[in-house]
Design a protein around this ligand. Structure first.
Ligand code: PRP
Length: 176
């Protein structure tokens, strides 16, 4: 089976939207400082591009989680693989994700972060697939709502490939 990628969101549209999101965030946190938490690995490209255009002071940290199966019950099927390096108490925290799908990962992360008493918490994703939602989560800002297709690029992978594409593409498998 060959892999074929068609463009869903071109590079310049992704970049324009991220700059717009950065402008909104900068306005919302004017006079404050921000601590952006990226969730490895998918969020990295989005997080960096967003941070580059935010005009208030920004610090960065990373977390890594892994999820098991497609459990319906709880976020108990998620395991924390890498915790934050620094405490977040009293900080304005933004969780940056590449995609919100079932909502399981973000629900887990929101609960974990809130327990650590940040000053504020905002959730931001580049992509949102509302049709796939299984868990109710508070998403504050998204770049694009997309249909339920297998997407790659701008951090999103298939078998760890295609994360470095500068656009969002739909991956299809063809016979040739
Ligand atoms: C992806 C994505 C989110 C999660 C979203 O991560 O980066 O963290 O899945 O799905 P959900 O809403 O159904 O929980 P993945 O586990 O593929 O890891 P990666 O970021 O390393 O690609």
């Amino acid at each position: 089976m060959a892999e074929k990628i068609s463009v869903l969101v071109p590079a310049h549209d992704v970049e324009d939207r991220i700059r717009g999101m950065a402008a909104e965030i900068s306005e919302r946190y004017a006079g404050e400082e921000l601590h952006i938490i990226g969730i490895l690995k998918g969020s990295v490209f989005f997080m960096c591009e967003l941070a580059k255009y935010i005009t208030v002071p920004v610090t960065l940290d990373f977390m890594s989680v892994s999820s098991y199966g497609s459990g319906t019950a709880s976020s108990g099927t998620i395991k924390l693989k890498k915790d934050l390096d620094d405490p977040i108490e009293g900080k304005n925290v933004i969780i940056a994700e590449d995609i919100l799908d079932s909502g399981r990962t973000l629900k887990y992360l929101i609960e974990l972060i809130k327990e650590r008493n940040p000053k504020s918490l905002m959730t931001v994703t580049l992509l949102d697939k509302p049709e796939r939602r299984e868990y109710e989560v508070d998403l504050d800002m998204t770049g694009f709502e997309i249909p339920d297709k297998f997407v790659v690029g701008y951090g999103l992978d298939y078998d760890q490939k295609y994360r470095n594409l500068n656009y969002i593409g739909v991956l299809e498998f063809t016979e040739d």
